[in-house]
Design a protein around this ligand. Structure first.
Ligand SMILES: N[C@@H](CCC(=O)N[C@@H](CS)C(=O)NCC(=O)O)C(=O)O
Length: 213
C-alpha cells in the first residue's frame, strides 16, 4: 500500500509548488504541517538537514529539494506529464526553474514578500534596504520570465510544466505587495498568473495567506 506524505509549513511557496504538482497528478497524500520554527528542530532536521520545507516521503523514500520531488513525482506518476519531451522546451523549463532557485525566489521571497507580508505579521518593520536590494533582481527575473513566456499560454511549452508550477506561487505572493508594480510592464505575465490561478490544482491548494485581501 502506497503512503505519500508532504511535510511543509503552510504559506511556503516551495511547499505550494509541490502541492500543485500532487494535485495535478491527483496523487492522494497526507499533509504533515511543520510549524514555523519546528523546521529547525528534530524531527524535521532528520528529514531535511538544511532546515527547509518541503520534505517528502513516499513509502519510506524520503526526499527534499522541490525540483527533485517534482521530477520524482513525474516519473512515478507519469500522467499528466509535467515535463516536455521536446529537448528545447525541456531546456527552457530547466532554465526557468534554475532562475527560480538561483535568483527569483531569494529576491522576491525573503527580499520582498518576507519583508512586506511576513515581517509585519511578527510585529517587525520591513527591512527597506533588503527590499531595495531585491528589486533589481526581481525586475530582471520578471522581464526574463515574460520574455520566455512570449505569446504562449505556459512558460516553457504549450502545456503546464514545472516551470509554471515553481514560478506561480512566487508571483502570486509578490502580487500582494506594493512591489506588484514591478509586474505592470508585463501584462502577459499577469494574464498567465490569472489563468493559472483559475486551475483547480491551484485553487484547491491555495494557502490562506496567498488569498487577495
Ligand atoms: N531549495 C529548497 C528551498 C526550500 C526553501 O527555501 N523553503 C523555504 C520556504 S519557501 C524555507 O524552508 N524557509 C525556512 C528558512 O529558511 O528558515 C527547495 O527547492 O525545496
Amino acid at each position: 500500500m502506497s503512503r505519500t506524505i508532504l511535510y511543509g509549513t503552510p504559506g511556503s511557496t516551495y511547499v505550494w509548488s509541490a502541492q500543485i504538482a500532487l494535485a495535478e497528478k491527483k496523487i492522494p497524500y497526507e499533509f504533515a504541517e511543520v510549524a514555523f520554527g519546528a523546521h529547525r528542530e528534530m524531527p524535521h532536521l532528520g528529514r531535511h538537514p538544511f532546515a527547509k520545507v518541503p520534505a517528502f516521503d513516499h513509502d519510506g523514500f524520503v526526499l527534499y529539494e522541490t525540483q527533485a520531488i517534482l521530477r520524482y513525482l513525474d516519473q512515478v506518476v507519469p500522467t499528466p506529464p509535467l515535463q516536455p519531451s521536446d529537448p528545447r522546451e525541456a531546456a527552457r523549463m530547466n532554465q526557468t526553474v534554475g532562475i527560480v532557485d538561483a535568483y527569483f525566489w531569494r529576491a522576491a521571497g525573503p527580499g520582498i514578500v518576507g519583508q512586506r507580508l511576513f515581517a509585519p505579521m511578527r510585529g517587525l518593520a520591513p527591512d527597506e534596504a533588503a527590499v531595495a536590494a531585491a528589486v533589481p533582481v526581481v525586475r530582471t527575473s520578471l522581464a526574463e520570465l515574460d520574455r520566455l513566456l512570449g505569446e504562449r499560454q505556459f512558460l516553457a511549452s504549450d502545456q503546464l510544466t514545472f516551470a509554471d508550477i515553481m514560478v506561480l506561487p512566487i508571483v502570486r505572493y509578490l502580487q500582494l505587495t506594493p512591489e506588484a508594480s514591478l509586474l505592470e510592464p508585463h501584462p502577459r505575465l499577469r494574464a498567465w498568473s490569472e489563468r493559472l490561478s483559475a486551475r483547480e490544482s491551484v485553487r484547491k491548494t491555495e494557502p490562506l495567506l496567498a488569498r487577495k485581501r
